[in-house]
Design a protein around this ligand. Structure first.
Ligand code: GLN
Ligand code: ZN
Length: 757
């Protein structure tokens, strides 16, 4: 019986890692100082695990930016555009791939499975792979030199790395796979020679819906590694879901297998009950949730461990968190302002390590010694569940009565469209923006000054009003058709609403890494979500008083709020989504009653919440689409509902989009060369589509020709009557002059199109 972790947060309790990294980029510290600091953090992270009595300490999960990028550079998979030709990879090249440089844009970044972490996508261009650097070995030796404990190096596995590599030409595939297996073999045999007893191989790809072909390839990879890896034992890590090919996976030639008994609980447990578990292998049971911030139900987990112990060979059960703890904040001790009933229910990475120790010892020696811990654990959950924040009668009654609420608009789209046009009198190819305008230094300063008490609320609000006034004037000058107030009062599209709704709480320090050095601090939804006061009314209505053109109300959708928060686990996520949706429904009503007749509900995170397993998609889509409809269906036919999604594969997502029944959906179309919009054609989509005709992520001012070309491409798929013209996302990161120049050309594009048709 052993405890271990898959990985531990590298950002540091006070984001020291991030600060050092950014200081290095800003040339405030030398490379030598940078390396020294990083080593200090690495060793400190090991020390925390040792102090928490973790038996097998994991190293190699520490990174200077991203672990997939680490592998690519360790193996020499460096795209030609970085002009690399040497025997080693400098930090300069490494960070050029991560962030781009003058000569070459950065590598693509995308979401790591169903988490909010983003990794750098490996690009194979036919290079010859070789093992340039053995990072796990370096970290293994470093740890051995400093600590006398069991050290288990970890590495993301060959199957995951192979299947996530971008655009390998079909003809290249076999050679790429062969080379990749070879470098992994070499890496592992070096670890064996250095004396690593166990090596952890992380294969989250096993938790996705793999084809039988993929599973065959994986089997071949592991058969080969088994003959070449040397004497180390492999612990094959699966996480984020159950493994789909259970029998194949447990029979791979490895010494141990880790299964996720949190997110893949039902399937993994029933597989192990039905098919058993190999007598000669270690089972490492992921029973502490590595994806959330809640305490582990100790008794329940202990019961599960007792059962698992009976299903494996004696001494062949290990326990661990369900995945790397990098997805949770570091330490709860830095929070001092949380309500006690909530605080007693929270466990960040360090607290999860303590739970791991308790569970291990309770399983080994009986739970008597831990009577108090178990009792407190049970009581804490009970207290919070029974507390007023979770017992909002009004909210719960509305949820119970939901079957009485229609999720459909009064009339179908064709009818609504005419009524809306009668009211709004928009030209063909109407123009609008996605919501935010530049968050200038002054806008940010206004907010921090209010926070620090340097200015009063009135002064703050007056500044916002001035900004709104300025931007309404700009928009009128530009002759945009549907205007926005500009979102100057918002830091973040989720935080803003979370702060105004009951049931949310904000931490001081609960950061998690999102990508590179960028960290986010998701709000915690811990109680019933309840609308209390209008959240967006003042700014929107104020903007509307300044113009006769329609001003669009701007809200964040229920699923985006849900997916970008830590969410209570005592009720299903679908119910929390309904609660948020009901609150938004009220807000929309309030806006409508105040005369706001165009309202946008953003859902950029709808698609990213899709479960890893294809068979779970329908369930998620049903309740998430329903939540959007619950929020938006309460309005009159004349009120026009917009939605916006960005960075999303639309090809297989048209049916959910159709089901939303938004009057207008704005999407990114500028970079996809007609690809995205084609999906709308195949699906015979009839509602309106806002074409994101230029890329707001770059300071570049787009040319009219390019934007016309985007529209022309799109007109192959949808009719001119369906088209709106807009940028592809909010403009908050742009400068004022860039924004004005780009929008002027965008409006001219629309004018040209109107003349032409
Ligand atoms: N309305 C938001 C904005 O303009 C939308 C942001 C987003 O799609 N990520 O900033
Ligand atoms: Zn967007």
């Amino acid at each position: 019986m052993k405890s271990t972790v898959v990985g531990y947060p590298y950002i540091g309790p006070n984001r020291e890692w991030k600060k050092t990294l950014e200081a290095f980029w800003g040339e405030e510290i030398s490379e030598q100082q940078f390396e020294a600091q990083m080593k200090e953090y690495r060793l400190a992270n090991i020390k925390v695990q040792i102090d928490a009595k973790v038996d097998s300490i994991t190293v190699g999960d520490f990174t200077y930016y991203d672990r997939m990028l680490d592998l690519a550079t360790m193996f020499g998979i460096i795209p030609k555009r970085y002009k690399w030709n040497s025997d080693s990879v400098s930090l300069e090249t490494y960070y050029a791939m991560a962030r781009g440089n003058q000569a070459a844009p950065a590598s693509e970044m995308t979401k790591w499975f169903n988490t909010n972490y983003h990794y750098i996508v490996p690009e194979y261009e036919g290079q010859n792979l070789k093992l340039i650097d053995n990072k796990p070995l370096r970290y293994f030796l470093e740890a051995k030199e400093n600590f006398n404990v069991e050290i288990k190096p970890t590495i993301i596995g060959p199957a995951t790395f192979y299947l996530l590599t971008k655009e390998v030409e079909t003809s290249n595939k076999p050679s790429y796979l062969l080379q990749l297996t070879n470098v992994y073999s070499q890496l592992l045999s070096e670890l064996s020679l250095a004396g690593a007893e166990w090596v952890q191989i992380e294969e989250p790809i096993l938790a996705t819906s793999l084809s039988s072909d993929d599973m065959r390839i994986i089997t071949e990879i592991y058969d080969q590694l088994n003959t070449t890896k040397g004497s180390s034992k492999l612990l094959l890590q699966s996480y984020f879901e159950s493994v789909e090919w259970y029998e194949e996976v447990i029979n791979l030639p490895v010494a141990g297998i880790a299964l996720d008994f949190v997110h893949g609980f039902e399937e993994n447990i029933s597989n192990i009950r039905n098919f058993g578990f190999p007598k000669d292998k270690v089972l490492s049971a992921g029973i502490i949730n590595g994806r959330d911030i809640w305490i582990t139900p100790l008794q329940q987990s202990l019961d599960l461990l007792v059962e698992l112990e009976s299903l494996v060979t004696p001494n062949h059960l290990w326990i661990q968190p369900s995945c790397s703890l990098m997805h949770v904040p570091v330490s709860l001790t830095l929070e001092s302002n949380l309500p006690k009933e909530l605080n007693d229910n929270l466990a960040f990475a360090n607290e999860k390590l303590q739970e791991l120790a308790i569970l291990k010892n309770a399983l080994k020696n009986g739970r008597d010694v831990y009577q108090e811990a178990f009792e407190n654990n049970r009581l804490a959950r009970e207290l919070l569940n029974n507390s007023l924040v979770r017992q909002q009668e009004e909210v719960q009654n509305s949820i119970k009565r939901l079957s009485e609420v229609s999720l459909s608009r009064i009339s179908e789209y064709a009818i609504r469209k005419d009524l809306q046009q009668e009211l709004l009198q928009l030209p063909r190819f109407p123009t609008t923006t996605i919501g935010s305008f530049p968050q200038t230094a002054e806008v940010k300063r206004n907010r921090t000054q209010l926070k620090k008490g340097q200015i009063g609320k009135e002064q703050h609000d007056n500044f916002i009003k001035d900004e709104i006034e300025r931007w309404i004037a700009y928009q009128e000058g530009l002759e945009l058709d549907v205007l926005v107030h500009g979102e100057f009062e918002r830091t973040d599209m989720v935080e803003y609403f979370g702060e105004k709704l009951a049931g949310f709480v904000f931490t001081a320090n609960a950061w998690v890494v999102s990508y590179g050095s960028r960290c986010v601090k998701p709000p915690i939804i811990y109680g019933d979500v309840k609308w209390e006061n209008p959240m967006t009314l003042d700014e929107t209505v104020y903007a509307q008083t300044l113009t006769t053109k329609p001003v669009k109300g701007m809200l964040t959708g229920p699923i985006t709020i849900l997916n970008w928060s830590f969410v209570r686990d005592d009720i299903p996520r679908s119910i929390v989504a309904q609660q948020i949706a009901l609150a938004l429904r009220k807000e929309i009503k309030v806006l409508e009653s105040a005369g706001i007749r165009v309202i946008q509900v953003d859902e950029p995170a709808l698609r990213e919440g899709l479960p890893l397993k294809a068979k779970k998609h329908d369930d998620y889509l049903n309740w998430s689409v329903d939540a959007f409809k619950l929020a938006t269906s309460g309005v009159e036919d004349e009120t026009q509902i917009h939605t916006h999604m960005c960075y999303c594969e639309f090809n297989d997502f048209i049916e959910p989009i159709r089901a939303l029944d938004a009057d207008v959906i704005s999407i990114e179309t500028s970079k996809s060369h007609g690809e995205i919009i084609k999906a709308f054609k195949d699906a015979k989509y009839t509602n309106s589509v806002g074409l994101g005709v230029y890329d707001i992520h770059s300071p570049r001012i787009p040319n009219i020709d390019e934007m016309v070309a985007v529209v022309n491409d799109s007109l192959e798929a949808i009719s001119p009557e369906q088209c709106w013209i807009n940028p592809d996302c909010g403009l908050k990161t742009r400068k004022t002059d860039e924004t004005l120049a780009a929008l002027e050309r965008m409006v001219n594009t629309a004018k040209l199109l109107r003349e032409r048709s």
